[in-house]
Design a binder for this molecule. Structure first.
Ligand SMILES: C[S@@+](CC[C@H](N)C(=O)[O-])C[C@H]1O[C@@H](n2cnc3c(N)ncnc32)[C@H](O)[C@@H]1O
Length: 539
């Protein structure tokens, strides 16, 4: 193959991946778009006859422009390409790549897209933005100010940079312009996405949301699932269509359909733009909810309040094993029994015996609660923390004093935060504190007497199935629940359980508890419990 032809393949990306470490790429959010996806996205832009100035705000090695040149050789003399990338090294390689195609009108800028050139507008914008936490971005203040004056938006610290790229781009579309963005689906279903969705809704340019099924890993190594969002700044601003795509074949099939826009509609689910609800997870527009099959459900917040566990910002420093406690001579009154990792409580019950076991095997089971620095040993340990710079970490530096603890008393039930096999609730019989690997599930006082009944429900498969509606997903099957996801999730209405059934359920639950603690197989009992709850829930 001639050197020049290589730009129409994925070879430049393959070579780059070999030459740069994963750590470096992660720091800059460098994950490349496969060519089949670039083919799909660029068609949306090029199909728009009016477009001449095409922008890629996060250029990388320019896969989108290369794809356009490959697929539309006759059109390129009318096009002008503009690409931004913050990475000087990347820019050099990309300039070199395009130097083989002298006839192309391209401007490659080594600039930060988010802060530069706010007054420019474009006919076409195509982008795979970097996935980076806002928290890690500098200069934050400049960005906050720009988004508030230009877009009238107040950004939350939880925002991810990729959403800011997208918002800015739709703001930058000329009349009649189009944009195609490939982004993690996460913002559609997370709290930080609320503001973003609100802006998108009010802006009125979103036409298609194409959800790429999770089995089709679009990016290597990145734990994210993707959606392609297609925008058009035109007069057809009443509806948006959500389409699920499960494989490459389906993606090809919907290509023509999408390109027939605005003629035919309704292959997927069409929603009126004004009816989009930013407060909801947008999953409701593209997935059938498990809970919709069942009746007698209420929100979990009727019974509980879920909060995240204690975040201390330096687990190694704040957590103590038995031997570490002895080494530093820290008194028991300054230590709280605490669960640090999900793997330390693998069952549905965490008993006093389990805690003792962890302690015996010298696991970190105590959380430092430094309440009185007149104690000399304690003071020395705090000074040691200062020598190690623990007080300058993000969380500790925002506390006064830096070693103080958040006030999160032990919760009677804990819930795992990250899950692969479904959400797991743990009855905290040992009454220990917990770090952020678990959420704290506090029960309203009036429901405390029913804790076993609630717990019996929480261990069933049907409960897990309904909780799934509230999950957030990461590409490789990892699921996450934020406290509010759980607060707003649905559970069985305990008032719909008559006393006879309740008796039955409790009998089975105690049997389950005993068997699980003894390490016996619990499948049969769990199935029986599940059947009873299904009878209550089935329509
Ligand atoms: C996800 S990659 C996409 C690369 C290429 N467009 C593709 O789709 O294969 C994102 C690119 O944005 C660049 N980048 C990160 N932060 C940026 C910023 N603030 N402004 C412009 N480019 C940035 C990274 O260096 C990286 O090359």
């Amino acid at each position: 193959m001639k050197k020049y032809d290589e730009i129409f393949t994925e070879l430049p990306e393959e070579e780059y991946l070999k030459s740069v470490s994963y750590k470096y790429r992660k720091k800059l959010g460098q994950f490349f778009t496969p060519m089949f996806m670039a083919d799909f996205m660029t068609e949306w832009i090029i199909n728009n006859e009016s477009g001449t100035e095409i922008l890629d705000p996060a250029l990388g090695l320019g896969i989108f422009f290369r794809t356009i040149i490959k697929n539309h050789p006759t059109k390129i003399n009318k096009l002008r390409f503009i690409g931004y990338d913050i990475d000087t090294k990347m820019i050099e390689i990309t300039k070199n790549l395009f130097s083989n195609a002298k006839y192309i009108n391209i401007q490659i800028l080594n600039k930060d897209y988010l802060t530069e050139d706010w007054d420019k507008k474009y006919d076409g914008i195509v982008c795979n933005p970097p996935y980076l936490k806002f928290h890690d971005y500098e200069p934050k203040d400049v960005l906050l100010k720009m988004f508030s004056t230009r877009l009238g938006m107040k950004l939350s610290g939880f925002t991810n940079i990729y959403t800011l790229f997208m918002l800015r781009s739709i703001w930058q579309l000329k009349n009649g312009g189009r944009a195609a963005y490939i982004v993690p689906s996460e913002f559609l279903n997370s709290d930080y996405g609320k503001n973003v969705k609100k802006y998108i809704k009010e802006n009125g340019t979103l036409r298609f949301v194409i959800i790429i099924d999770f089995n089709l890993g679009v990016f290597e190594n990145a734990t994210t699932t993707s959606s392609v969002l297609l925008f058009a700044n035109d007069q057809y601003n009443k509806e948006v269509e959500f389409i699920n795509v499960k494989n490459l074949n389906e993606l090809k099939l919907i290509q023509n359909y999408v390109l027939s826009y605005p003629l035919i509609r309704k292959k997927g689910r069409v929603i009126k733009i004004k009816e989009l609800d930013e407060a909801q997870k947008w999953r409701i527009y593209y997935q059938e909810l498990n809970g919709s099959k069942y009746r007698n459900l209420v929100s979990l917040s009727k019974y509980t309040k879920v909060s995240r566990g204690i975040a201390n910002g330096a687990n190694n420093y704040f957590m103590f094993s038995e031997s570490k406690r002895i080494k530093y001579n820290i008194k028991m009154k300054f230590l709280l029994p605490c669960l640090a990792k999900a793997s330390y409580a693998r069952k549905h019950f965490f008993t006093k015996e389990d805690f003792e076991e962890l302690k015996k095997s010298d696991k970190p089971v105590y959380l430092l609660n430094a309440t009185d620095l007149s104690d000399e040993d304690l003071r020395k340990y705090i000074e040691l923390g200062e020598e190690q710079g623990i007080h300058k970490r993000y969380l500790t530096s925002h506390r006064t004093p830096w070693y103080s603890l958040e006030n999160r008393p032990p919760a009677p039930i804990l819930a795992t935060v990250f899950n692969r096999t479904g959400l797991r609730f743990v009855r905290n019989e040992a009454g220990v504190y917990n770090l952020t690997a678990f959420h704290c599930v506090y029960l309203n006082p009036n429901i405390m007497p029913k804790i076993d009944l609630l717990m019996a429900y929480l261990i069933t498969d049907v409960a897990k199935e309904i909780f799934e509606d509230s999950r957030r997903e990461y590409g490789d099957g990892l699921r996450k629940f934020e406290p509010n996801d759980l607060n707003n999730a649905f559970v069985v209405d305990l008032e719909k359980i008559d006393s006879k059934r309740e008796e039955n359920i409790l009998k089975l639950f105690y049997k389950f508890r005993e068997s699980e603690i003894k390490g016996k197989n619990t499948d049969k009992i769990k199935n029986e419990l599940n059947e009873i709850f299904l009878e209550i829930l089935k329509r």
